[in-house]
Structure formats: structure tokens, C-alpha cells
Write a protein that binds this ligand. Structure first.
Ligand code: ASP
Length: 357
């Protein structure tokens, strides 16, 4: 364990020194991409999201440019992904829990009204982000969970639908069938599932994913949303970071916004989105705020289950942040990217990172 710590220390010091000593091109290779700033001519809206949000950013930008509210815009953006049966990490088509049931989490925050809402473990509703918004607007509460959240959505006109697509069901079955060779389940070779031959079972053993989308409007108003089906095959009732304000999403209309995807448990232990916004409040650029948060997560990660041989965390967690000025950035432990739209179409940009590999 000692060795791990010292190795991590060396790695960390090495990366920091590199960034300090080298010019911006070299620094980018060491995990600090050129600092992102919104176009100089000023008050154009800006949208950022996790990498799966190119279309979401386009949709949100169209609405922002038409003068629509920031929260309306980002929710309309993520609705595209929630309704997409091919995206197995969000909304309809999301991978289910251990029992084969799709349970969704979502949160929203609206800067101008300094308010937020969330739902967790909600079943049968394709667009939980809309229900999170209703919690914010139509109740004195912030978070509704499970049956209560579903009933609340039904009262507001939502249809209860089956969210488990055939594709997601087959992948769940394969996971279940491979859990143990000492149970009564037969493996997929029994002909139950029709899987691509090169599909690697281990590659989706703990698959997860989410969309986070944040926007700042021309007038400086900020909103954000995070929505997910969470960790695949999770224990029924498990709630990740996405619906927890301060973890999966946080913003302050005076400062900026931060959201997250990846291992929710790591984020929950430090309320990282809240922390990033507080770092921005202290004057840090959004990218530096995200990197600082990564260091906090790294510091908290001592369980050997979560460490590689070299002592670095073996999981992924992303942060995406923007501030009121239109500066933005992201970070992960290792190279990754996120989506941005500053009015000239959505594109991917590199996140900052702590380790090359
Ligand atoms: N953060 C999500 C959760 O832990 C999953 C993810 O983004 O991959 O539920």
C-alpha cells in the first residue's frame, strides 16, 4: 500500500511539473488541453455535455439562439438521448438492474430561480429529466424516488411504459447466465441470445453511462441536467450520483455549472460538482476546477479493488464545467473528451487528465 501511495505521488508530481514547464502544445499531451474560452466577441450562448451529447448540444443551442430558457434548452437536448433506444446508458433502452428492471435517475438545476429537482430509481418513464423538472416546479421538494416518483409522473400525465428493449434484455440475460458456473442458468450458447461473435462479455460487465448537459445563455443565465440509467446490473434500489444535487450536477447562477458521468460512487463521496463550482467561485478556470476535483477523488481512492497495479484508480469519472464568462473544461483520470457547442456546431474537445494511461 505504501508503495502505491508513493508511486501515485511520483506520477502526480511528474504530471504537474510537466504542465508547468512545457509550452501549451506539449502540456496538452500531458493532460492539460489548451484552456477553452468562448469566442471573444462575447455574449453568445454556450452548451457543453458528456461525449454522447453532440446532438443534445445542437438542439440546446438552437433553442438558446432562439432566446429560450436555459433549462428548457438543455432538457430538450438530453430528451433526444433519453428517447434513443440505441443509447443503453440513458432513459429508454438503458441497461437494467440486477433484476432486469430499468431504474432511472435524473436531476436538473435552474440558475435564474436558484432551484433544482431530481428523481431517483424511477421506473417506466422514458424522460426522467422532465419529471425532475416537475418536482422542482410543482412541489416544495427536491428529490422523489421509486414508486412515489413514478406516481407523481403519472399524475402529471406521463404514460408508464416498458423501458427494457430487447437488446438490453438480451445483454442482461447474458450477464446473468455468466455470473457463475455453479447455478441453474445456462450460458448463451444454449441459444437464448443472438450475440455478435466478437462481443466481449467482460467489456460490458459493469457498463455505465449518462448524459450531463450544461448551458450558459447570452445573458449569463445558467442551467444543467444529468440523466442516466446508472450502472448496469446494479443492486435494485441503488442510486448513483446523477440525481444528487452537488454530485451529478451542481450550479450557481453567479458562478458556473459542473456535471459528471462515470463511477457515481466516487463522485458521491466528495460531492464533486459542488466542489468544482466552489473552486470556480474562488477564481479557478473550469478546467482547473475539474482537475482539482480529480485529485480529490484520487486522494479518496484507497480501496485496492479500485486501484491498478501502479496504484492509480482503475475506474473512470468525468467532470464537465463552464462558468458565467463562457469558459469551459473537463477532466478525467485518463484521456477522454466531451462535447461543446459555442454556436458553430457541436464538436468534441479533449478533457484534461492526470495519467497518460
Ligand atoms: N454516474 C452514473 C452512475 O453512477 C453512471 C455513469 O455515468 O456512467 O449512476
Amino acid at each position: 500500500m505504501k508503495l502505491r501511495w508513493s508511486r501515485r505521488g511520483v506520477l502526480r508530481a511528474g504530471a504537474a511539473a510537466g504542465v508547468g514547464l512545457l509550452g501549451s502544445r506539449s502540456a496538452a499531451a500531458l493532460g492539460a488541453p489548451a484552456v477553452h474560452t468562448r469566442r471573444a466577441q462575447g455574449q453568445r450562448p454556450l452548451v457543453i455535455s458528456s461525449a454522447n451529447g453532440l446532438e443534445a448540444c445542437n438542439r440546446a443551442m438552437e433553442m438558446l439562439e432562439a432566446g429560450e430558457d436555459t433549462l428548457d434548452s438543455v432538457i430538450a437536448g438530453v430528451n433526444i438521448v433519453e428517447l434513443d433506444p440505441e443509447d443503453t446508458s440513458v432513459g429508454y433502452g438503458g441497461l437494467p438492474n440486477e433484476a432486469g428492471v430499468v431504474q432511472l435517475d435524473s436531476s436538473v438545476m435552474h440558475g435564474p430561480t436558484r432551484n433544482g429537482g431530481a428523481v431517483a430509481c424511477i421506473e417506466g418513464i422514458k424522460t426522467p429529466s422532465k419529471v425532475a423538472r416537475l418536482v422542482m416546479e410543482r412541489t416544495d421538494h427536491v428529490l422523489l424516488v421509486g414508486r412515489g416518483a413514478q406516481e407523481f409522473a403519472r399524475m402529471h400525465g406521463d404514460e408508464i411504459e416498458t423501458l427494457l428493449t430487447d437488446g438490453a434484455r438480451l445483454r442482461w440475460l447474458e450477464w446473468k447466465e455468466n455470473l457463475s458456473d455453479r447455478d441453474d442458468w445456462f450460458p448463451p450458447s444454449s441459444g437464448v441470445g443472438d450475440f455478435p461473435e466478437d462481443d466481449d462479455f467482460t467489456s460490458f460487465y459493469r457498463e455505465h453511462g449518462t448524459i450531463n448537459c450544461n448551458a450558459v445563455a447570452a445573458n449569463g443565465d445558467i442551467s444543467g441536467v444529468t440523466t442516466t440509467s446508472g450502472l448496469a446490473w446494479k443492486i435494485p434500489g441503488r442510486v448513483g450520483d446523477s440525481p444528487i444535487l452537488g454530485a451529478g450536477l451542481y450550479l450557481d447562477n453567479d458562478v458556473g455549472a459542473c456535471g459528471s458521468t462515470g463511477r457515481g460512487e466516487a463522485n458521491l463521496l466528495d460531492c464533486c460538482s459542488f466542489l468544482a463550482v466552489e473552486f470556480m467561485r474562488q477564481g479557478k478556470h473550469p478546467q482547473d476546477a475539474c482537475l482539482e476535483v480529480m485529485r480529490r477523488v484520487e486522494h479518496k481512492t484507497v480501496d485496492p479493488r479500485l486501484l491498478r497495479e501502479d496504484g492509480t484508480p482503475n475506474f473512470s469519472v468525468n467532470f464537465y464545467a463552464l462558468n458565467k464568462k463562457g469558459e469551459f473544461g473537463g477532466a478525467n483520470f485518463r484521456p477522454s473528451r466531451f462535447a461543446v457547442n459555442d454556436g458553430s456546431g457541436s464538436r468534441h474537445v479533449d478533457s484534461a487528465y492526470l495519467y497518460e494511461r
